[in-house]
Design a protein around this ligand. Structure first.
Ligand SMILES: Cc1ncc(COP(=O)(O)O)c(C=O)c1O
Length: 359
């Protein structure tokens, strides 16, 4: 821990843990929260003593700016336990960089590095017994950062709150996922906030996604807002397309301001390069993927993200075209999923330094 933070950290522990009442055999994602939370406030132009305290409800005035103008950004990451009970984070520095990039775009002050990284480590250390240890299980970590000033003028908040909560997570299971390529609604536009992990991006997705669900598609693959010509990302995942033996994925920042730069995506790009899988990071046309599907060259589509790591897609719809995707024996999706999870759970060497021990 950074020396200056250690002295300034207030830690108030729960009197009695809720752990004995928690049912780990029936975990529903994001519903159960561990004993403690992290909280730090920014006001009068500076950050004030951060606190780790019992998870609890908070009081906000209805005039708090976040409710009106949506200054809210967040992160999503996980803590993993290995067979010996050691605890690890996966590339947490990348999440730190990303939340401050998101904050900058929404006109919010930068979060100090020590608050984010040491805050997570301290919180996870304190609630380490909340990390489930079954296959694929983990502790989901949700840093969230909001504007709290009680004032309803449309201008940046003068005060902010940064919090971290954690939630035990089961192995990801979503059933078969079919996707629809969206050509009417948009999630993001050039120069907008698509590359930020901003709460409003998710609100923008819900209505079109519910409509797609009613048609039998669990996720939407967004296309560029200007022409609906290029494939972008889906829900909470970046997307990869395998045509023949070549993997394609859309660019994120700096080339595109519309797509969130996923940590899992960056890991897959690196692993592809290091394992002889040809990969191109470039705008991917809807037409080339649909054409490949028609002539039998579209081998795989998969999503990448913290929740599922890698999620193979089983069906694709574009306008009145639909195709099932083949189930491959040796899929790229399976290869990347195993490699990344083996690193996360400390089952193989980590030549990249992605795994960060919490001790
Ligand atoms: C919009 C969006 N795209 C992509 C991702 C995947 O990012 P990561 O791999 O960092 O979880 C997420 C999830 O965080 C997301 O919300």
């Amino acid at each position: 821990m950074t020396a200056d933070l250690k002295n300034k950290f207030i830690i108030e522990k729960v009197k009695e843990s809720k752990l004995s009442q928690a049912n780990f055999s029936n975990l529903i994602f994001g519903k159960l929260f561990s004993d403690h939370m992290f909280l730090a406030d920014f006001y009068d132009g500076k950050w004030h003593t951060p606190k780790i305290m019992p998870y609890q409800a908070l009081t906000f005035e209805p005039s708090a700016k976040v409710f009106h103008y949506g200054q809210a950004v967040f992160e999503g990451m996980k803590a993993y336990k290995d067979a010996e009970g050691n605890v690890f984070l996966f590339r947490p520095e990348d999440n730190f960089i990303r939340i401050n990039r998101s904050s900058e775009r929404l006109g919010m002050p930068q979060i100090p590095r020590a608050y984010f990284l040491d805050g997570i480590k301290e919180l996870v250390k304190l609630d380490r017994d909340w990390i489930p240890t079954g296959p694929g299980e983990s502790l989901y970590i949700r840093p969230v950062y909001i504007g709290t000033e009680n004032a309803i003028a449309a201008s940046p908040s003068m005060s902010y709150r940064f919090m971290i909560i954690t939630s035990p997570a089961a192995k990801y299971y979503s059933g078969d996922v079919k996707v629809k390529i969206e050509d009417k609604y948009s999630r993001a536009c050039d120069g907008g906030i698509g590359y930020a992990k901003a709460a409003g991006n998710y609100a923008a997705q819900f209505y079109p996604t519910e409509k797609a669900k009613a048609e039998g598609f669990q996720q939407i693959i967004w296309t560029d807002s200007a022409q609906h010509k290029y494939l972008e990302e889906a829900g909470t995942m970046n997307m990869f397309f395998r045509i023949g033996d070549k993997l394609l994925t859309a660019p994120s920042i700096p080339e595109s301001t519309r797509i969130l730069p996923g940590v899992t995506r960056a890991s897959i790009i690196q692993l592809a390069k290091d394992n002889g899988i040809e990969i191109e990071v470039r705008p991917v046309e809807v037409n080339e993927v649909v054409e490949a599907a028609k002539n039998g060259n579209l081998k795989e589509i998969f999503g990448s993200g913290t929740a599922a790591t890698v999620l193979p897609i089983v069906g694709l719809k574009y306008r009145d075209f639909y195709t099932d995707l083949p189930k491959l024996e040796n899929s790229y999706a399976g290869f990347f999923k195993n490699k990344i999870m083996d690193i996360q759970y400390n089952r193989i060497d980590d030549p990249y330094g992605w795994r960060v021990k919490v001790d």
